[in-house]
Ligand binder design. Structure first.
Ligand code: ADP
Ligand code: ADP
Length: 229
């Protein structure tokens, strides 16, 4: 599962100002879509509509063929995991931060789930390894390490749909590249929507949509759009 479809989606936070002016996007289950465009284009708004933080003001949004207007926010949260740009960790250990949301889970259970969800690469790629660092305080981590923890936390829920909302754009380019390389492997078999400002930071995507002024300005394969850039 995990197919996502925007059908003529329109949205306005305020009736005086249209933010999305008819968006048609279809992401087959297991594929990766990148949404790029300038700040204010409406990229994060697409993610908020998927979570039903807001409801569309026109058109339809479907997950696995079902109009999400009839689906609760709670069940959408099981289906969709998001990694935001600015991760705020709890003032607690890395282990707690990764396991947050899995109430009562022991470290062993978290580790087992991490293996099952094929995310142990992420945790193990913390410098010095998970074992020695799981008890360390999350607030002491570098930006790149924090994002690894945030990604591990989201992947642990094993959501069929993964949204990366500028998840690596605040990092230096080397750390960004390292994390994206691991992410490509991890996101291979789940529907993934990558949100970014710049096309140049997209490593891999089946389709790229360029959003501008609330409309799809351009769309195409990764190779074709990079060539035109
Ligand atoms: P992007 O992710 O592409 O930077 P956003 O989806 O965050 O764009 O925002 C699109 C537009 O919607 C912007 O003009 C922004 O100011 C406006 N906007 C975002 N959130 C709200 C909100 N909660 N209330 C009113 N306007 C908003
Ligand atoms: P978590 O276990 O990470 O808290 P939840 O299922 O409770 O996950 O929440 C779903 C996700 O929604 C969270 O990861 C959170 O980062 C994200 N989120 C919260 N507010 C917003 C927002 N305004 N726009 C986009 N995503 C958001």
């Amino acid at each position: 599962g995990g197919a996502v479809r925007f059908e003529a989606v329109r949205f306005a936070y305020d009736p005086e100002r249209q933010i999305l002016r008819g968006i048609d996007i279809s992401v087959p289950a297991g594929r990766t879509l990148a949404v790029v465009g300038p700040s204010g284009a409406g990229k994060s708004t697409l993610a908020r509509l998927l979570f039903r933080f807001y409801d569309v003001t026109g058109g339809r949004l479907l997950v696995d063929g079902q109009d999400i207007a009839g689906v609760t926010q709670a069940s959408l949260r099981h289906a969709i995991g998001i990694v935001p740009q600015d991760t705020v960790l709890f003032n607690d250990t890395i282990g707690y931060n990764i396991g947050y949301g899995r109430e009562g889970a022991s470290q062993a259970e978290i580790q087992a789930a991490a293996q099952g969800a094929a995310i142990h690469d992420f945790i193990l790629s913390l410098p010095d390894g998970y074992e020695t660092r799981v008890g360390e305080r999350g607030l002491k981590l570098s930006g790149g390490e924090k994002q690894r923890v945030a990604i591990a936390r989201t992947l642990l829920k094993n959501p069929p749909i993964l949204i990366l909302d500028e998840a690596t754009s605040a990092l230096d380019s080397r750390t960004e590249a390292e994390i994206q390389a691991t992410l490509s492997a991890v996101s291979e078999r789940r529907t993934t929507i990558v949100i970014a400002h710049r096309l140049s930071t997209i490593v891999d995507a089946d389709e790229i949509v360029v959003l501008d002024g609330g409309r799809v300005a351009e769309r195409g394969s990764h190779a074709a759009l990079l060539e035109a850039d």
